[in-house]
Design a protein around this ligand. Structure first.
Ligand code: PMP
Length: 395
């Protein structure tokens, strides 16, 4: 057995990572998370951020954050149910509900927390959660925390979903279908209109994780539900405030009943301190900006289309993304990591993504084009992709 405190059981696993060529140190960023950054001391083009709209360093939002700090301090001081529920938390929820065109919105400290806390709170023993096989890890963990039974359907396969619904409708009290709105590793959009129809047919509830749809899809970034015009037909419309919105946090939009229940029973609300005022102030400003103009979302889509077309023309396999998420699929894990390392050496940061984040044998680099990239930066990045891609016989 040896001395368990030396953590030899972990050292062995770490050695395996090294052997598989997927061991890495966390990169260190010395600048704001913008389109050109200093990473590990080197200036590079950043193609790995979820900062879709460039809001993470937006001057109006920074000013709003500072004003919130001056008014409320740097921390909220408690969980919401005790004395950590400030008027700006409630203001943010009103702003989000209006923006999402839903009755109410309930905020959490992160998108991860939101999934973990909400799924558990809205399901119980005797229920069945039906989840797309490619749903995000935070949904999987949220399902694990729930006392309901769980099952998966094949990715975006409506026959598979209907089969599960048909087989289980009479065996369970409530059924809950959960899907990512935009799948984070491939960039494809959920078939939400069909999912909603099936949910209505079999009387199941629906839950959409719109981490990558918020601020990206729909009018001014209102998300996947808005993109398909499905307002009022999705029970739980979850989103993050950490990606396109540029700050931190998560929320779920839906009915007032949902709001009241979550405020009593979602565990991150009861047992974890609420969002800091600076974050809340900045997010309120972000939603104001999105409500005023489509300039940022328009630029995001233009840039994404431009970049994707250039990579496709060079012969890279960019999968079947329908959104700004642009995977470049390599296959072998170690080759994907090597591609990422070589791109970095040549001044472009695109993180390598391998198992367990994506299935084995589908190692890739995932490019995140943003509204803030200039055409000159995108052209430079494409040149580097071409050079390294040819050198490694990828194209
Ligand atoms: N859901 C999805 C689909 C995500 O991609 C992420 C972020 N990786 C999350 C939830 C968690 O969001 P956050 O980073 O705000 O905790």
């Amino acid at each position: 057995m040896g001395n368990v405190h030396e953590l030899n059981f972990l050292k062995e696993k770490i050695d395996e990572l090294k052997k598989d060529g997927v061991y890495r140190k966390l990169p260190i960023l010395e600048t704001p998370n913008e389109t050109e950054i200093i990473l590990n001391g080197k200036k590079v083009i950043n193609l790995s951020s979820n900062n879709y709209l460039g809001f993470a360093n937006n001057p109006r939002m920074k000013k709003a954050a500072i004003e919130a700090v001056e008014k409320y301090g740097v921390g909220s001081g408690a969980v919401r149910t005790i004395v950590g529920n400030m008027d700006i938390h409630e203001e943010l929820e009103k702003v989000l509900a209006e923006f999402k065109r839903e009755e109410a919105a309930f905020i959490f400290q992160s998108g991860f927390n939101c999934n973990a806390g909400t799924i558990q709170a809205i399901t119980e023993k005797g229920d069945l959660i039906i989840s797309d096989e490619l749903n995000h890890a935070s949904i999987i963990d949220g399902c694990r925390l729930s006392r309901a039974d769980k099952t998966i359907y094949k990715h975006s396969d409506m026959d598979s979903l209907e089969q599960v619904l048909k087989e289980n409708r009479d065996k369970y009290n409530k059924l809950l279908i959960i899907t990512d709105g935009v799948f984070s590793m491939d960039g494809d959009i959920a078939k939400l209109p069909e999912i909603v129809e099936l949910a209505e047919k079999y009387e199941a509830m629906t839950y959409v994780d719109d981490a990558h749809g918020s601020g990206v899809l729909g009018e001014s970034g209102r998300g996947t539900v808005d993109h398909f015009g499905l307002h009022g037909r999705v029970d739980f419309s979850m989103g993050t405030l950490s990606k396109a919105i540029g700050v931190i946090g998560g929320y779920v939009a839906g009915s007032q009943t949902m709001y009241e229940w979550l405020s009593h029973r979602a565990r991150p609300v009861l047992f974890s301190t609420s969002l800091p005022p600076a974050a809340v102030g900045a997010i309120i400003e972000a939603i104001k900006i999105l409500s005023e103009t489509t300039e940022y979302t328009d630029r995001l889509w233009d840039n994404a289309k431009y970049f994707k077309e250039k990579l496709g023309t060079l012969g890279f396999n960019t999968g079947h993304s329908e959104t700004p998420i642009t995977p470049v699929i390599i296959g072998e894990e170690s080759k994907a990591m090597e591609f990422s390392r070589k791109l970095l050496e040549n001044g472009v940061f695109v993180s390598g993504i391998v198992f367990p984040t994506v299935p084995k044998g589908t190692g890739r680099v995932r490019c995140m084009v943003t509204a803030a990239h200039t055409r000159e930066q995108l052209d430079r990045a494409v040149e580097v992709f071409e050079t390294v891609g040819k050198e490694m016989n990828i194209i």
